[in-house]
Design a protein around this ligand. Structure first.
Ligand SMILES: [Zn+2]
Length: 238
């Protein structure tokens, strides 16, 4: 049976079917985007959490370095005290001078070390400020994300309701398809979705832009089920 030649088809029905299929495609696309938007938001939060952790680690590292320097300073101070005590019991001028030199060298080293410790403490203050800033950023982004999730979820609920409605409309419209063409319609839709149907635009197929013969255009106008010779879409007039 040549469905093409015999089945009369209202272009209005094909147009409605196509429009519903396109709407479903669009709404399904919106439903897919929702979780992706939420995921993108979550990865922003992950980066913020990483930034907080990195900032805290910087404080930890700088604190350890500073503590080590303070320990070295204290050790050297103790040694200086020890050297000073030995000054009184120096057996010779030479030993006395040597002790004096050692004390001076240690004092010089500790003076440099003190400056470094002060700088280190300042640096730790700055790094703590960076932790505070990173935590603030995380808190702000978390609030933003909560709002984003809420708005995406609200929108998804609306989109889902629309989708249910449009799918319902599609079922109704599909029931109007002439019985002889129904199985072919199902086969085409399953294979190509909304691309299974195409409007005639300026005497061409709206799906693939193949130019159609006048005869074909007329056949579609008369309601004969007609496929595009290039992409096989069912044609309908607009
Ligand atoms: Zn085509």
């Amino acid at each position: 049976m040549a469905v093409d030649n015999k089945t009369l088809f209202e272009s209005a029905l094909l147009r409605r079917l196509h429009s519903l299929l396109l709407q479903i495609d669009d709404l399904e696309g919106q439903l897919d985007r929702g979780p992706r938007q939420i995921k993108a938001g979550e990865s922003i939060l992950d980066s913020c959490r990483d930034a907080v952790e990195a900032a805290k680690q910087n404080v930890k590292d700088a604190t350890i370095a500073c503590d080590e320097k303070q320990l070295q300073l204290k050790t050297r101070e103790d040694r200086i005290e020890g050297l000073k005590a030995k000054l009184n019991t120096a057996a010779s001028n030479k030993e006395f001078d040597l002790l004096k030199e050692q004390i001076a060298a240690d004092q010089q080293a500790n003076s440099v070390q003190s400056d470094e410790i002060l700088e280190g403490l300042e640096r730790i203050d700055e790094l703590n400020d960076a932790v505070t800033a990173a935590e603030k950023d995380l808190a702000e982004k978390t609030t933003e994300h909560k709002k984003r999730v809420e708005s995406v979820e609200n929108r998804m609920a609306v989109v889902q309701a629309d989708l249910d409605h449009v799918r319902n409309e599609l079922v109704k419209a599909e029931a109007e398809i002439p019985a002889a063409a129904r199985s072919e319609y199902k086969r085409l839709i399953e294979g190509r979705g909304d691309e299974a149907l195409a409007p005639i635009e300026d005497d061409s197929c709206g799906g693939c832009h193949q130019t159609l013969t006048t005869q074909m255009v007329d056949r579609v106008r008369l309601g004969y089920l007609t496929h595009c010779p290039a992409c096989s879409a069912w044609l309908y007039s607009t």
